[in-house]
Write a protein that binds this ligand. Sequence first.
Ligand code: SAM
Length: 232
Amino acid sequence: MQVSNRLKLVASFVSGEGTVADIGTDHGYIPIYLVKHHIANGVIAMDVVDGPLERARKHIKQHKLEDRITVRKSNGLQKLEKGEAHTVVIAGMGGGLVIKILQERMDIAKTVKEFVLSPQSEIPQVRRFLQENGFSIEKEQMIKEDGKYYVVMRVVLGKGNYYTNLDFEFGKYLIENKDKTFIECLEKEEEKKRLVIEKLKTLSSENSKKRIEEISKQLEWIQQVKQYINEE
Ligand code: SAM
């Protein structure tokens, strides 16, 4: 089984203190990796679609882990019992879906001791949602794979300390810890945005002027983050 570095990073964020539920398990690689590496004793591999569930079952059988990994059809957290999982992993989905999954069963989410989240889009919105709904982001790390940047976060119940636009937009933890991959991603973003502005300058529509203003604001934020990182 070829487990990507992204999935290995996700697995490394699991504290290993109890049962893990993997929401949107697809191939079942996270549950298999967690059990094989003695990070978790038991995992519930959950997915809403039959195809992935079959795939997960097949892989779990190949590894003879049927007694340690339960496969369960579930839309988000719907079929997870309260208190059944110490850790919930939600990786490889868009941020909007991650928010929806948590929002739909907040009663269950509030019984989970630890979340390992790796939203692949709308990351600032996820951070904001967590802060506003009684969750605290304890740790974040960025990883680059196949030219794409991914964020992984460890989230627990409690009052978070993300407050400013920069905290939400870029990830307070990533900024304060000067995450190397994050700094590289920031440089790339800055470069991309400067190029877009150059292109937009060649147009003279009202729309392009508005976009230049928006992107310039984002560039200002990037400058602020870079300044903070370089000063500390
Ligand atoms: N977690 C794995 C990873 O990070 O590589 C697989 C991610 S895969 C791209 C997304 C999986 O989420 C798919 O198997 C899909 O069927 C499942 N999924 C989408 N919406 C879901 C939902 N509401 N509840 C459970 N699973 C869902």
